[in-house]
Design a protein around this ligand. Structure first.
Ligand code: M6R
Length: 605
């Protein structure tokens, strides 16, 4: 949510900042803005409601300067317009600030400043920072920023420019990510590495409560509270710059759906242990004796990650026979949960930044719980805060709508379930059976993706729907939930998921030709029960699209997917429905990679 970038060096800053913003646009796309330290002194700022391309078209031809900061916004406080766009300036126009996060006590601080005669230009919470820094009497910029932050409660990743200190950018982090990119006599700063990797692979990730001063040929990190130096050793980012490119695809969503066979291959690579019919999970930090003592597993995530966690919970129950469930992290953290010492907690997140998940992890850690992470972004906040975990290795996911990461997260859970199962009571034969199933996945995914044309044609038939029902039973229910989320967020068609077993308890009342149903109908022990639900819908003139292992007589259309082991079927059954959501949105002319009102990394509550 919101992306910040900064550059200091010898090159013209504006084009580099714009390029960085474009890479971070998935974090927010309500407005964008840039501030440059001009060659002749002073700060120049341009802001625009809308996308980075709108900002670009507003930049004057001569917007020279080799130091600058920029921002792409997801609006929290104040409407998306030019005035509320960042950077925000202090009253004298000497200080420019870009901010990602939420200042919780902004109204209080603003009231005090206004009582002192400060006039605010915007409705944002972030503007208080610019005024506080501008009014600080400290000599050094670093001290001014530290002074200002003492008045602030909330989360922030900030970058600050000051006209009187043109040789530096000061950045600080508390709860919202900030990474420094170290180049050859130039330095970058950004909310995530996506904005840096085309220039440098050497990065330093700031920790919470840490600040940094970056100059063209030097950087220094220190604590925000005391200003004491901290050790910051650069790490090499492994991900290739090219993996952020769209390649031959028209959207990132399409690219990411298409990459799933390779992505699954990656999450499996090097982890299967045929000798003991199990898997090795290097970073788990859970020895077998501890694993045997686990009495319950609680999985926490938001949105798609929560749904992946629901399938994960099912896998853990089935393969390891440990009671497991998944809950939205956003709910969990506010209900004063009982934290049980024999429960293993697992935080799931693509970005590793989602505020509600991070806050749940911190609360659990504070209460002494053991928390593992199932995370995609290596080195992200959640990956760092957890006691160990499994990386999902889906590669960068840029589209706001999560697809390949969902699939890889479920596969990562299958690995974890197998690992726990083989430490407990899962037999060698079952271990072998699951491993064989996992190995089949990439090929089966390729088979499903080859049916894209058929699914695209089908999608045309559902564009007129105002609302759609998604149903599934047990293993199929979380698949239905995820598929309904996909459809609604990318096509804006209302969709609701229900357990097929609950149809008769209410939702059947909705069935009519204008309310199509998508049914998950695997060939497992519940096949006949699922078929009965199709009968009931058909008897009420409902239209049915089934995702199944064989043609369903009662369905108007069946997307037939290859059969795997019963436990692993949910991994495959969601994939055609990602394509259905994509093609429905395409037919409706939606902004597929950037659905309205959303952003990818939800770093605010
Ligand atoms: O980065 P995370 O996995 O923690 O993100 C959680 C949700 O915000 C995310 O899955 C969201 O629901 C996506 N838009 C789903 O496509």
């Amino acid at each position: 949510m919101c992306g910040i970038v900064g550059y200091i060096g010898k090159r013209d800053a504006a084009p580099l900042l714009l390029e960085g913003l474009q890479r971070l646009e998935y974090r927010g796309y309500d407005s964008a803005g840039v501030a440059i330290s001009g060659k002749s002194g002073g700060l120049k700022t341009v802001k625009a409601k809308g996308r980075v391309r709108d900002l670009d078209s507003r930049l004057p031809k001569r917007f020279a300067g080799t130091t600058g900061i920029a921002h792409t916004r997801w609006a929290t406080h104040g409407a998306p317009n030019d005035v509320n766009a960042h950077p925000h300036l202090d009253a004298d126009g000497q200080v420019a600030v870009v901010h990602n996060g939420i200042i919780d006590n902004a109204s209080e601080v603003r009231a005090k400043l206004e009582a002192d005669g400060v006039e605010f230009a915007s409705e944002t919470d972030s503007e208080v920072l610019a005024h506080l820094i501008g009014r600080s009497q400290a000599d050094k910029l670093e001290e001014k920023v530290r002074d200002a932050l003492r008045h602030i409660e909330g989360t922030y990743g900030i970058a600050v420019l000051h006209a009187a200190f043109p040789d530096r950018i000061v950045v600080a982090r508390n709860g919202s990510p900030v990474v420094l990119g170290i180049g050859e006599k130039e330095m970058f700063v950004a909310s995530d590495v996506a904005a840096l990797v085309s220039h440098t692979r050497q990065v330093v990730t700031l920790g919470d409560g840490e600040m940094a001063t970056i100059k063209a040929d030097d950087y220094r990190t220190y604590t925000t509270r005391e200003g004491s130096r901290t050790a910051a050793s650069p790490e090499t980012v492994e991900v290739e710059a090219a993996s952020y490119d769209m390649g031959a695809h028209d959207t990132y969503m399409h690219k990411e759906i298409s990459e799933q066979a390779d992505a699954v291959d990656r999450v499996l690579r090097g982890r299967i242990d045929d000798r003991f019919s199990t898997v090795h999970l290097g970073g788990l930090n859970l020895d077998p004796r501890e694993a045997r003592k686990i009495r319950q597993v609680k999985i926490l995530g938001c949105g798609t990650s929560y749904h992946a966690g629901q399938i994960g919970a099912g896998l853990i129950e089935e393969l390891a026979r440990i009671p497991a469930d998944s809950e939205p992290a956003s709910e969990f953290r506010y209900r004063n949960p009982v934290v049980d010492p024999d429960t293993l907690y697992i935080a799931v997140s693509q970005s590793g930044e989602t505020y509600d998940v991070l806050a749940a992890v911190q609360e659990l850690k504070r209460k002494g719980a053991r928390v593992l992470g199932v995370v995609n972004v290596v080195g992200s906040a959640i990956a760092r805060e957890t006691d160990g975990g499994v990386y999902v290795h889906a590669g960068p996911e840029v589209c706001v709508v999560s697809t390949k990461c969902f699939t890889n997260t479920v596969v990562a859970f299958a690995l974890l379930a197998l690992h726990l199962g083989r430490i407990r009571d899962l037999s060698v034969a079952d271990g072998k059976r699951i491993i064989a199933g996992l190995r089949k996945l990439p090929e089966q995914i390729t088979e499903i993706l080859a049916r894209e044309d058929e699914i695209a044609k089908l999608a045309q038939q559902y564009t007129d729907a105002r609302s759609m029902l998604f149903i599934g039973r047990v293993r199929g229910y979380p698949v239905a939930r995820e598929a309904s989320l996909k459809l609604k967020e990318v096509s804006y068609i209302h969709a609701e998921a229900y357990p097929a077993s609950e149809l008769k308890h209410g939702p059947l009342a909705l069935i009519e030709p204008a309310m199509p149903t998508v049914a998950i109908v695997p060939d497992d022990d519940l096949l006949e029960k699922n078929r009965a639900a199709l009968e009931e819908i058909k008897a009420r003139s409902g239209r049915i699209l089934a995702v199944a292992h064989q043609e369903q007589e009662k369905a108007d259309h069946t997307i037939v997917v290859p059969k795997n082991e019963d436990e692993l079927d949910p991994i495959l059954m969601g994939i055609p429905l990602q394509l259905l959501a994509y093609h429905t949105a395409l037919a409706l002319g939606r902004d597929i990679d950037k659905p309205r009102n959303l952003a990818k990394s939800v770093t605010v509550e």
